[in-house]
Structure formats: structure tokens, C-alpha cells
Design a protein. Structure first.
Length: 443
């Protein structure tokens, strides 16, 4: 995603996936990750005895994520799983990906959503991109009405690439634009201009059915006026989905070193909050749905792939740093596995016939219950308590006490008609609520 669409978060408001990303921290060989998968804090080793469980039918993954780690260069804020300046590795990557798809799936599987992320999938040449799409089609069949997304860099949006994507079933493109302001783009070390971004959006909209755009706010020296202009210019384009991410300076990025040398710093928290709230108000008054902490959509334009993460559904994942999530056959446990984040390590493991998985964890039913609540609360429509209780096999509130009652009492959460959701007050500090809800109370 051109080191774009999924800015690593730590700020409470408008930051991306403050929970668990299928991509990881920065790694060697320039490898890191971006896409919208949920990222979690470590769960406690000792959990209270769960309530009597009800077995839930196993759900085969109906979503698939493919991580393409290559980029033309690494932007200053990026600490994602990618590699730049090594296009010579692309052929070996495509071979390794084909082997992983074959080994993991065994036969062609039908899915409801496919997401090509990175990195920058559009960085591949047309011939390489065609080979990638052919591999995907060989092993994954998109169900009727399914969503097939691809991340792209504005400068890569040539007619040849866009037509190739459409011919192979891609019906949603996610542009890592970040801003229309040339000064801001230079500060973020992006390789396009505002005019080039506008041109790319228009080109995509003529060929691909649905277009999503990522914007970053709180960049170095950015003003509220600059951010307001970015939002106005975005909604004037033919996009149907907008993701807004607050810039944070993360270890492993070039910005982190500059911050240590006092060459740049994050904007004041109150200004960042004002920027986030402006996006909410400006988009809501224009009929956009603020459906997740960082995401806005026109009617019927939500990102269905990311919603699979937030709803706790199972998914496959392929490529360096990609994290899969599967439900056990008996419905009593859940497994998350993460591939080696280093692209060169991933290739070496594949070529030598070794496991591509670098780490994995098994979640208990209680772990999963807690994640379902937290990820579900990121969706502004909230979480139905009865759905959690149906999964758990009984009352669930005690699992989240005393924090759940406290947050409801303080007006950070609201409950009505058996649905718990974030309030506006809770939304802007939501990241600070998750740790207590994800861990058992130590008594």
C-alpha cells in the first residue's frame, strides 16, 4: 500500500489498527507492514475460569490477504513490512507466493474478499502484476458479489495496470495518497504531487468500480487549515471511501531518528484531536458514514475485507509478515500465525522447504471473546451483547468487569437495545480503553 494506507498508530484518535496488524514491526532488509489487520496487546498468561462454553461451528476462512512487500522507496514515517531497491527479488517472491498458496490451500477456495496489500502491489511491472493476479485466480475464487481490493501508489496508476487489475476481477482500489498539499507531501517524503494524486483518483474511478483514499493528518508543521483543505479536496473527488490516520513517529522509521535529533516532533495533542474531529464533522454533514474509528464511507462502500477482521472472522494470509487467523474445528480455540517479516528470510525459508511461519499463538475462547468486543467496538455501530453471549454460552458482562461498568458510567461507552458502542467522548480516547477490556482483572 505504498507505505501508506495503514499508518502505525499510537495516538488515540483516528490512528489505524491500534490493536493487531497482520503486518508487524520494522524488520531487517527494509521489511515491514501496512494493511488493516487488527493488532493486539499480549494477553495475560493466567485467565479466570471461563463460563461454560457453547461450541461454535467451525468457520472456514472466507477472506484472503496477500502481502506484496515491494516499494520504490521507504517514506520517512514508514516502519512497515516492505523492501525497497530490491526489484531483483520480485521473480523469486512470485514463485514463493505460488508455493505458499498451493501448500496452504491444496485446492482452489472460494472467498468473499481478497486484499492485495503491501508494500505496493502496483509497484510490480505489468507482466509481474499479471503473474501475481494469475496466481491469485488459480487458488482463490471470488464469490459472486465479492470484494477484490488492491492497494496502489498514485504514480503507478497507468491505464495498463488499471485495465489489468479490472480484467482480473479487482473491483476496489485503495490509493495511498496521504495529501493533496505539495508541501505536506514533501515533508512525508512521498513521491507524487497533489495534481498527480487528483489525476490518479480520476483515472481509477473510470476503470475500477470503487475507489478508496488514505489521508494522513498531523504531519510535521501541518496546520488545521491545511488539513481542512485536504478533506475538502478529497470529498470533491469520485472516491467512495476515506481512511484518515494520525501520523505517529514510530521506532524503525526515518522520522524516529530525526525526532531523536530534535529535527522534527509530533504536533500538539489538542491540535491532532481538532483535526480528527474536523474530519468526523465535515464528512458526516456530507452524508458519509463514520463506520469505524479511522474509516468513512458513502452508502454501501464500506471495506468488507477489513470488517472481516473487526468481526473476528477467519482469514488466510500469504506473503512476508502476513498474519492468518483460523478457528479450530471444535470451535474451542483460535490460532494466529505470522510469516517471517523479512522478505529475504521468507524467500530463503520457501526455497529450502522450511515453514514460513515465524511465530504463532493459540487463543482461548476467553481471549477470542475479549478481542471480539474490542474489535467490534472499533465499529461505531457497536457490539450486540446477545451475540457475544450466544458465542460464550451464557452471560458475558462479568468477564469485562469492573471496566465495562466504569466506562458506561463515565459516558465513554453507551448501551441501548442490548448494543454497546463508543460515545463521541470515548471515541477520541478509544485506544486507552482497549488494554483493560483485553486482559483479565488481576485480583
Amino acid at each position: 500500500m505504498t507505505c501508506s494506507s495503514h499508518v502505525s498508530p499510537s495516538r488515540d484518535w483516528g490512528t489505524h489498527q491500534s490493536l493487531n496488524s497482520q503486518h508487524g514491526e520494522s524488520c531487517d532488509d527494509n521489511s515491514c507492514t501496512t494493511h488493516a489487520e487488527p493488532q493486539l496487546w499480549p494477553l495475560p498468561r493466567k485467565l479466570p475460569t471461563p463460563l461454560p462454553p457453547r461450541k461454535e461451528a467451525s468457520l472456514s476462512p472466507r477472506s484472503a490477504y496477500i502481502h506484496v512487500p515491494f516499494c520504490s522507496h521507504r517514506c520517512g514515517y514508514c516502519n512497515f513490512t516492505l523492501i525497497s531497491g530490491r526489484d531483483d527479488l520480485i521473480p523469486a517472491f512470485l514463485e514463493a507466493l505460488e508455493r505458499e498458496l498451493s501448500t496452504t490451500l491444496g485446492q482452489r477456495q472460494m472467498v468473499d474478499t481478497i486484499f492485495l496489500g503491501g508494500g505496493t502491489p502496483s509497484h510490480l511491472s505489468e507482466r509481474q502484476l499479471e503473474r501475481l493476479l494469475q496466481s491469485v485466480a488459480r487458488w482463490l475464487e471470488l464469490a459472486p458479489g465479492g470484494e477484490f481490493s488492491c492497494e496502489a501508489n498514485p504514480l503507478d496508476c497507468t491505464l495498463g495496470r488499471l485495465n489489468l487489475l479490472r480484467e482480473h476481477g479487482v473491483n476496489r482500489i485503495s490509493l495511498g495518497g496521504q495529501s493533496f498539499d505539495d508541501r505536506k507531501l514533501r515533508s512525508l517524503e512521498r513521491d507524487h504531487t497533489g495534481i498527480q494524486l487528483s489525476t490518479a483518483v480520476e483515472a481509477c474511478a473510470k476503470i475500477i468500480a470503487r475507489v478508496s483514499l488514505d489521508l494522513i493528518f498531523a504531519s510535521p508543521d501541518e496546520t488545521l487549515t491545511m488539513w481542512r483543505t485536504d478533506v475538502e479536496r478529497a470529498v470533491a473527488t469520485p472516491i467512495g471511501h476515506l481512511s484518515t490516520y494520525g501520523l505517529t513517529i514510530e521506532r524503525g522509521s526515518a522520522f524516529y531518528g530525526r525526532a531523536l535529533r530534535n529535527e522534527l516532533s509530533e504536533l500538539p495533542s489538542d491540535l491532532q484531536l481538532e483535526m480528527y474531529e474536523h474530519a468526523i464533522d465535515a464528512l458526516s454533514t456530507r452524508g458519509w458514514e463514520h463506520y469505524e474509528v479511522s474509516n468513512f464511507a458513502k452508502p454501501h462502500q464500506r471495506c468488507r475485507h477489513n470488517e472481516a477482521y473487526w468481526l473476528g472472522q477467519a482469514w488466510w494470509a500469504f506473503g512476508p509478515g502476513a498474519a492468518s487467523f483460523e478457528h479450530s474445528q471444535d470451535g474451542l480455540s483460535f490460532r494466529r500465525a505470522v510469516n517471517h517479516r523479512s522478505t529475504t528470510a521468507y524467500l530463503h525459508k520457501s526455497q529450502s522447504g522450511q515453514s514460513l511461519v515465524a511465530e504463532s499463538e493459540t487463543l482461548s475462547r476467553e481471549d477470542y471473546l475479549r478481542e471480539r468486543l474490542v474489535f467490534g467496538l472499533r465499529r461505531l455501530q457497536g457490539v450486540a451483547v446477545r451475540e457475544l453471549e450466544q458465542f460464550w454460552g451464557g452471560p458475558v458482562r462479568a468477564v469485562f468487569e469492573p471496566y465495562l461498568s466504569d466506562y458506561l458510567h463515565r459516558g465513554l461507552l453507551h448501551e441501548a437495545d442490548d448494543v454497546i458502542r463508543l460515545t463521541r467522548q470515548g471515541l477520541v480516547i478509544s485506544d486507552s480503553l482497549w488494554p483493560d477490556l483485553l486482559t483479565a482483572d488481576a485480583k
